[in-house]
Design a protein around this ligand. Structure first.
Ligand code: NAD
Length: 516
């Protein structure tokens, strides 16, 4: 299947893909060059996408600001109704969109489809949320006063996304931002521009039909200075950034300097602990999905396996046998479990990590080869390693699992927490006390802590995000919506006196007006 076939299925075949998009029709960009989208499974070009210039960016920003002025006045349930229609459009195009995700970023088809399903789930969640943007009321200490808080949108929200979740992460942000009354300016990864064009176009067609073009705008570029320009832009009160720690730190500094808000979803270094009571079959399946799924290119991928020493000899043969059965290949082929890495740089990082592991004295238990074929394919790899090694401490975005053993649960939790990242964690156990200790305040220090479930594959209903250098952001479900709104505390005096708070008197020593 070609990109043309997919775009035809998506109903976009008549379009001339420009890079800058804020309505249902493609908008021409100025002459800012093109970015090539490549298929990581073949390393062949898929398409060329027009880049935006700074002038294009400013044009998009002006449009987003203008639309914000009217969109914020649309009642939230009405905004939700339009997002419901977007969810419907995505349902209809799930198969084609899932295929495009597989083709452009190399996920297997089931995961590509899963990513689109995540967008649909987010749309459903946002629809319900649009009727539940609750504020609290408080009892005033002053007579005949009413106090409450209300939530208002922020403005134009800037969303910068990573390559590995090219559509779902935008939806986490965009659908919540939209029902809460913001408009959204999206800078996708230059490694996944086709996915962003397709999704943006589908969503904007629904918005335009509903009479609200311009709520979502797309800014395509591979130029760091233009991405930086966006981060510096004071017209964006919130930058939601998903990506690596070094870039995220830079974003936090720049946005912090201008006293804007940033919402950071950065790298993970996630561990699975398998204790002496664990169900090993369950653990094996979860570790496989966590470490091999998406070729180890999820922020929540399992990178460290911390096994009780009594279980090591039982677990490892099961795990190695499961690894031996992994079919690597074209992610669109049925039966394939692992596709390619995203590009040649990712393969270089995989190789470099393995060399470093060997230099440290690590033992390769399986894998560790770059496949001699077209595309960026590597073998899923397991190595015996030690937690404090630099190579284990950092996130290598590839399917390398570092295995280590422990004696006491305290030791295991300490090892798990002894990295700078704090995204996802998991314990396999059938021991109630172990489970509770892992989930207690002195247990896992991560944003996500699971029992008998692997580190990856979160549902959208919970707030997603991590601690420490993962950035502290929370997106998707629960009350993550509050990040996209400003809180206003309101006090209304409906009486005829002017009592001051804390009983303060201020007029010639008169008493306050609380009834005396
Ligand atoms: P990356 O940091 O290289 O790029 C992320 C985005 O930042 C891209 O859109 C890129 O173009 C942009 N960018 C680069 N320099 C910039 C700058 N100076 N100013 C503004 N934007 C800039 O990350 P990647 O390789 O695309 O993605 C992989 C990383 O993302 C991994 O570390 C992974 O753990 C992380 N990630 C985290 C989550 C999460 O929810 N915590 C989800 C997905 C990916």
């Amino acid at each position: 299947m070609t990109v043309q076939d997919i775009f035809k299925k998506l109903g976009l075949e008549q379009e001339q893909p420009g890079g800058c998009l804020s309505s249902a029709s493609w908008t021409s960009t100025t002459h800012a060059g093109v970015v090539e989208s490549r298929n990581p499974a073949t390393d062949e070009p898929l398409a060329r996408v027009h880049s935006c210039s700074k002038a294009d960016y400013d044009r998009l920003m002006a449009g987003s600001q203008k639309r914000y002025a009217s969109w914020r006045m649309v009642p939230a349930p009405k905004r939700g109704e339009i997002v419901r229609l977007i969810g419907q459009a995505l349902r209809e195009k799930k198969d084609a969109l899932g295929t495009l995700v597989s083709m452009e970023v190399g996920k297997i088809k089931a995961e590509g489809d899963g990513e689109v399903q995540e967008m649909i789930d987010m749309a459903d969640f946002a629809v319900g949320l649009s009727r539940m943007l609750y504020g609290q009321t408080m009892h005033s200490e002053r007579a005949q006063h009413r106090m409450y808080e209300q939530w208002h949108p922020l403005g134009v929200v800037g969303v910068i996304t990573a390559f590995n979740f090219p559509v779902a992460v935008w939806a986490w942000n965009a659908f919540i931002a939209a029902v809460t009354g913001n408009t959204v300016l999206w800078k996708p990864s230059p490694k996944a521009l086709l996915c962003s064009l397709a999704v943006q176009h589908l969503c904007n067609r629904v918005m335009e039909d509903a009479g609200y073009p311009g709520v979502f705008a797309l800014f395509t570029t591979d130029r760091i200075e233009l991405a930086d320009h966006m981060v510096q832009d004071e017209r964006l009160p919130l930058i939601s950034f998903t990506g690596s720690v070094p870039v995220g730190r830079h974003v936090a500094e720049v946005v912090g300097h201008r006293l804007g808000r940033s919402l950071l979803e950065l790298s993970g270094n996630n561990a699975v602990i398998v204790d002496e009571t664990a169900d090993l079959q369950l653990a094996t399946r979860a570790i496989m999905f966590g470490a091999v799924g998406t070729a180890g290119q999820r922020c929540t991928s399992t990178r460290r396996l911390i096994v009780h020493e009594s279980q090591y000899a039982k677990l490892m043969p099961q795990l190695l046998a499961a690894y031996a059965r992994v079919t690597i290949g074209d992610p669109l082929e049925p039966g394939v479990l692992m596709g390619p890495l995203i590009d040649a740089d990712a393969v270089t990082h995989y190789r470099a990590a393995l060399e470093e592991i060997k230099r440290e004295g690590g033992e390769v238990l399986c894998g560790a080869r770059v496949l001699p074929r077209q595309g960026h394919f590597v073998e899923p790899t397991i190595v015996r390693a030690q937690n404090h090694w630099n190579v284990v401490q950092r996130e290598t975005f590839a399917p390398i699992l570092h295995v280590m053993t422990y004696r006491t649960l305290d030791e295991a939790i300490q090892m798990q927490n002894a990295v700078t990242q704090g995204l996802s964690s998991s314990l396999f156990t059938t021991h109630l006390r172990h489970s509770e200790a892992f989930l207690a305040a002195g247990g896992s220090d991560c944003g996500i802590a699971n029992i008998n479930i692997g580190t990856s594959g979160a549902e959208i209903g919970g707030a997603f995000g991590g601690e420490k250098s993962t950035g502290g952001g929370r997106e998707a479900g629960s009350d993550a919506w509050k990040a996209y709104m400003r809180r206003q505390t309101t006090t209304i005096n409906w009486g005829t006196e002017l009592p001051l708070a804390q009983g303060v008197t201020f007029e010639g020593g008169e008493k306050d007006g609380t009834g005396s």
